[in-house]
Write a protein that binds this ligand. Structure first.
Ligand code: HAM
Length: 395
């Protein structure tokens, strides 16, 4: 038989092990609690969507084009693994009638997203987002927890007017983007484009009247909420669907080079791009991979729960008896059984490592009498009792 290498995980995706999960759970619980306090309800949308839905949401962006996991299924449909949640949430809002309920519809979602990113620390091909959306209202007050940078056509035209005479000196990518999507010129990572950025018109100096009113309200509310923020006139998000407010979150004390913990903004044009009636909305998403890494690095205390409170340890060939005793104990406590054929001492060490509070020790003799030794792992005290007494003692 030909030997083959053991099969490992796909590049850029990873397992989250039981020991790592408490931090994730703490992050998720925190996120859920905050979302609920603001009156947001959980929504679950599919990981698979029609590729067109995703592509319509942002034709020109890296995340959507280069990074999209796109494939044709057995029924010849062009599908995609969602790279983000917003497009799918907006689809569900219309398709499933949330638009008929009280507006805005406030929903949140926690789940895996997929981007064919270059894997590195804090950057994965499967990663997890907390995504928050308020769909169906144009009120600036809804943007108020966020940091705003507005964008309007007048500004884009000015930006083009500034860059057009410089076209020959820009990078080939930027030359292409100049007419199609000039805002992305500010986002260029190419050195060749860098000298022109500082002279480019700043978006906040060129807001239309309505945007200016909206922007002023958002800032007043941010100040009232004592949200600390830095105005960045060059902030360009990776997705194309934003209008008016955009923002990103960084850990406090972060340098400019650090990856964002989260980001979002207002996307009043997305519903229409998906073929639905024009509907204003605002939201954000935060990457749980990065948030949990930060929590772990800063030593956030999370209460780790033992895998099982009780471990049943049979000393000898007593699988049937051990299974029955475990069934009895499970009525009151999470209970595991050590079926391995190793020494009693080794089994006790394993139970200790699991963090078990009690061990129920079975020997052939005691089992014949339907009794067992109950050992309190913290005090070391041990006491014999009938199996039926165990639930009362463990409760
Ligand atoms: P985004 O900025 O593309 O926005 O992603 C939000 C967050 O997801 C990032 O700030 C980062 O924490 C995390 N993230 C993105 N890519 C990766 C990756 N490859 N590995 C690990 N974490 C990653 C959105 O997705 C928009 N849907 C946000 C939004 C909601 N706008 C309006 N509503």
């Amino acid at each position: 038989m030909p030997r083959s290498e053991p099969i490992k995980a796909v590049r850029g995706v990873r397992d989250i092990l039981p020991a790592e999960l408490p931090v994730w759970q703490a992050a998720e619980q925190g996120a859920t609690a905050v979302a609920r306090r603001f009156g947001f309800q959980e929504i679950v949308t599919p990981i698979l969507e029609h590729a067109e839905l995703i592509e319509r949401a942002g034709e020109d962006t890296d995340a959507f084009a280069k990074e999209l996991y796109r494939f044709v299924d057995r029924g010849d449909r062009a599908l995609a693994l969602r790279p983000e949640a917003t497009a799918g949430v907006v689809r569900a809002y219309f398709e499933r009638g949330l638009n008929q309920g009280p507006q805005p519809s406030r929903v949140y979602l926690i789940g895996p997203m997929f981007r064919y990113d270059r894997p590195q620390k804090g950057r994965y091909r499967q990663f997890f987002q907390l995504d928050v959306e308020a769909i169906g209202s144009a009120a600036g007050a809804l943007d108020a927890e966020v940091i705003e940078l507005a964008r309007d056509w007048a500004y884009l035209e000015r930006l083009q007017a500034y860059y057009r005479p410089l076209k020959e000196r820009l990078s080939p990518d930027s030359q292409q983007r100049l007419e199609r999507n000039p805002l992305r010129l500010l986002d260029s990572k190419t050195e060749q484009d860098a000298p022109f950025k500082s002279g480019a018109p700043k978006i906040i100096d060129h807001l239309c009247d309505e945007c200016a009113v909206h922007w002023a309200l958002v800032r007043r509310l941010l100040d009232a909420a004592e949200v600390e923020y830095v105005l960045n006139p060059y902030l360009v998000r990776g997705l194309d669907y934003y209008t008016r407010t955009v923002f990103e979150f960084f850990p406090s004390g972060a340098s400019g080079q650090q990856d964002a913990l989260g980001g979002g903004g207002r996307y009043d044009g997305l519903a229409e791009a998906e073929g639905w009636p024009p509907t204003p909305a605002v939201g954000f998403a935060s990457g749980l991979d990065r948030v949990t890494e930060l929590m772990a690095a800063s030593g956030v205390d999370v209460i780790t729960r033992p895998a099982a409170d009780v471990v049943v340890v049979p000393d000898g060939d007593l699988a049937l008896e051990a299974a029955e005793v475990a069934r009895i104990c499970r009525a009151v406590r999470p209970t595991a059984v050590d079926y391995e054929s190793k020494s009693l001492a080794a089994k006790m060490r394993a139970a200790n490592k699991l963090g078990a509070k009690w061990v129920v020790l079975l020997t052939p003799d005691s089992s014949a009498r339907r009794s067992a030794q109950l050992r309190d792992m913290s005090s070391g005290e041990q006491e014999e009792m009938d199996w039926v007494e165990l639930p009362t003692r463990l409760a």
